[in-house]
Every structure is written in C-alpha cells, then in structure tokens.
Design a protein around this ligand. Structure first.
Ligand SMILES: NC(=O)c1ccc[n+]([C@@H]2O[C@H](COP(=O)([O-])OP(=O)(O)OC[C@H]3O[C@@H](n4cnc5c(N)ncnc54)[C@H](OP(=O)(O)O)[C@@H]3O)[C@@H](O)[C@H]2O)c1
Length: 246
C-alpha cells in the first residue's frame, strides 16, 4: 500500500553508513519519509531504520548494490510500490580505499568506479524518471569529495570517480532544468572514525585553513540549504574548511 501522498519523500543510497545515516535522520526530522538503501551492513541498516521510523514512521529500507544497474532498478521498483512521489534523491553510497600507481588492479578500479560513478549515474537516471512526471520541483544532491579537484597520488580511481560525479551533476542540472534542481556537496575530511590514525590526522590538519575537521552536521546543514534553495542548480558546494586552497 502506498504511503501518504502529501508527505515529502527522500530516496538516499548508503544510509546504513555514517554520513548517510545522519543526513537521513535529519531529513526525517524535517518531515520527510525516507527510503534508504544498504548493501553489506544489514544490522546497521536495521538500526538506522528503527531510528528513522521513530521520527518518520513511513520510512523504509531496501537492499541495493549500486554497482549493478539491475539492483538499482529493483530498489526503485520497491520504491514505486511504497511511495507516490519523490522530492529528493541523494546519491551518497560510495567506496573509498587507496590504490597505488602503477599497479592498480582492474577489480579495484571496477569496484571504486562502478560503485561511485556508475552507481550514481544509474541512481540519478532512475530518480529523474519519477521526478520528470511530477508537477512540482524536485531535487537531486550528489555527494562527492573535495579530492575530486585535488591531485591525490594514492587515490586515482576514487578521485576520478568523484570528478565524474561532479560533471554528471552539471549535465543532469542542465538537462532536467527547470523541473529538477541538481547539485553536489563536496565534503573535505570529516571527523567520523573513532579508531583513526592521529599522526595522519595531524598531517591533514596542517592543510586545512580552518584548522579543524568537518562534522556530519556541517554536511547536513549544506543539504538543508540546498533543499530550501530555489535558484541554485549545477553547483558544487564545497564544505572543506578551505582544504582545496592548498
Ligand atoms: N567520511 C569522510 O570524511 C568523507 C569525505 C569526503 C567525502 N565523503 C563522501 O561522503 C559519503 C559518505 O561517506 P561515509 O564516510 O559516511 O561513508 P561510509 O561510512 O563508508 O558509508 C558508505 C555507504 O555506502 C554504502 N555502499 C558501499 N558500497 C556499496 C554498494 N556497492 N552498493 C550500495 N551501497 C554501497 C555502504 O553500505 P553498507 O555499509 O551497507 O555496505 C554505506 O552505507 C560518500 O559519498 C563519501 O565519498 C566522505
């Protein structure tokens, strides 16, 4: 049975994880019903769902491997059985690990580029099919990374995948205006890992003019800003404490 047609709905990938969960919970607090995807962390996903349903009872979760188009399509099939509108799609699911030139394995390239870039593209494509048919303005927010604009030696496939998403954001913004506003948020380093390497952290801090890491809340604020804005599309919002200036 479909949910209340007057309640705004957000589809977000990867909200079993850290930042995705924070964004989903904040949007639920703003009155959205949330449909989120998980991949390998079913237990954490269930925990996120329990929290979401306390705030916004019409929220749901669905398994999805964003590296596989069929899996994305199945997730959207599920979405269509549950909801009759899509106000906001957020492509957050992502993989991140170092890869060293000149010995990057094909499986690592495929893992990073398929999850991050291909997954984002096909999620956006499914979202716009629903959004185009609606008679109100809707939004897509892609989550990229400030490293999309930097030259990081150990992260070629990851940074290339995020640069690709930034370009896709502009293509979709132009293609689907004025009905769909499409923007990207590019976080710098966020303080999320309890078991992080403090020596490495100190090195990174030297490259952040504001001399601190970002918090999930900094990104949530950016999401809310874009959700409220009526005249921004094709933009990359960098939330990095000035990290890109180095
Ligand atoms: N953390 C940072 O400092 C930072 C900095 C810059 C940009 N970002 C960006 O912010 C976003 C969130 O980052 P995060 O640190 O919160 O990430 P995270 O904790 O690693 O979570 C990643 C999410 O993506 C999902 N995922 C991974 N592979 C997937 C696949 N094949 N199919 C579907 N879902 C998949 C995971 O699901 P399962 O856990 O269920 O497998 C998880 O929900 C990412 O786009 C990341 O690039 C983060």
């Amino acid at each position: 049975m479909k949910r209340d047609a007057t309640q705004k709905v957000c589809f977000i990938t990867g909200a079993s994880g850290r930042l995705g969960r924070e964004i989903a919970i904040s949007l639920a607090g703003r009155g959205y019903a949330i449909c989120f995807t998980y991949f390998s962390s079913e237990e954490r996903a269930q925990d996120t769902l329990d929290e979401l349903q306390r705030i916004s009872p019409s929220s749901t979760m669905i398994y999805c491997d964003v590296a596989k188009v069929e899996s994305i399509q199945k997730a959207f099939e599920f979405f269509r059985t549950q909801y009759s509108r899509l106000d906001l799609a957020i492509t957050n699911a992502s993989n991140f690990f170092p890869t060293l030139l000149p010995n990057i394995a094909e499986k690592d390239w495929d893992n990073l580029v398929n999850t991050n870039l291909k997954g984002t593209f096909f999620t956006m494509q499914e979202a716009v099919k629903i959004m185009q048919a609606q008679d109100f303005t809707s939004r897509i927010i892609t989550i990229t990374d400030i490293s999309a604009e930097l030259v990081w030696r150990r992260f070629a496939p990851y940074t290339v995948s995020k640069s690709g998403i930034q370009h896709l954001t502009k293509i979709f913004a132009k293609e689907f205006a004025p009905k769909i506003l499409v923007n990207s948020i590019a976080p710098g380093t966020l303080l999320l890992n309890p078991d992080r390497d403090t020596a490495y952290e100190a090195e990174i801090l030297k490259k952040i003019p504001l001399q601190k890491f970002g918090s999930p809340n900094d990104i949530v604020q950016a999401v809310m800003f874009l959700v409220d804005s009526e005249y921004i599309t094709g933009e990359i919002l960098r939330i990095d404490g000035g990290r890109r200036l180095y």
